[in-house]
Ligand binder design. Sequence first.
Ligand code: PAF
Length: 285
Amino acid sequence: MLRIDGNVEKLRRAVRGLRQEGGTVGFVPTMGYLHEGHLSLVRKSVSENQTTVVSIFVNPLQFGPNEDYEAYPRDLEKDCMLLEKEGVDLVYCPKPEDLYHPDHSTYVVEEGVSRDLCGASRPGHFRGVCTVVLKLFHLVEPDRAYFGEKDYQQLQVIRRMVRDLNVPVEIRGCPIVREQDGLALSSRNVYLSPPERASALALSRSLKKAKALYDSGERDAAKIAGCVREELKGDPSLYVEYVEVKDASELSALKTIERPAVLALAVRVGKTRLIDNVILGEGNP
Ligand code: PAF
């Protein structure tokens, strides 16, 4: 496995070299501190492409001033070891100054599907995500790129950006990976104390209840969201940022679920912000 730290031109040259060996290039952008969720994306890419490129970059542009950029967990050496084992061809590990000029002043702003949910509670977050992802797409020029459905809104924002800006890449969404007890894997789970981790199980438990309610025939979005809120209330270590049912591809508001929907939530467990979701209806559009 080739590892490139820094220089974007070196990365471009290396990817072009690999591409000459033929076949497609799959790309998995990450912020590192890899877990089984990331590795499921990597495995999918390795199985579908001749070449797989992974980036590891904690992108300062997508963190708000009071968020956890500095504290975000990092373990580059372990990540590279894991990626090597998975058969990744190239890992790119830039520093902020390798990707952003000191007077960087150009951004990618999606103004539709990024508005609500995390877009409302984390102003500027998706601008940072879109900007870095588009830059990485330009550098790697992948045929396919892989994103987890845990960050469901991010996946829809990237799909929209790629469609609107005619980026020649196929976006592949991959299912949420959970611990056996239901907790969705996230690099931020490492922040949870043992009691907080126990409290965090309410997220997946509430989504499971909501899905059961939907499966029993309930189609009233407010009732389904209410069932989630009910499950989350009462635990003082849980602060609900949002619980919302939205159209699964447009992320527009829904009163009655007559087409595929996503039930998405963001909850702070102590100081740790966690997100999770479940699809109600037929699959990811
Ligand atoms: O999902 C993430 O880890 C990040 O938002 C991404 C897509 C790597 C962009 O920094």
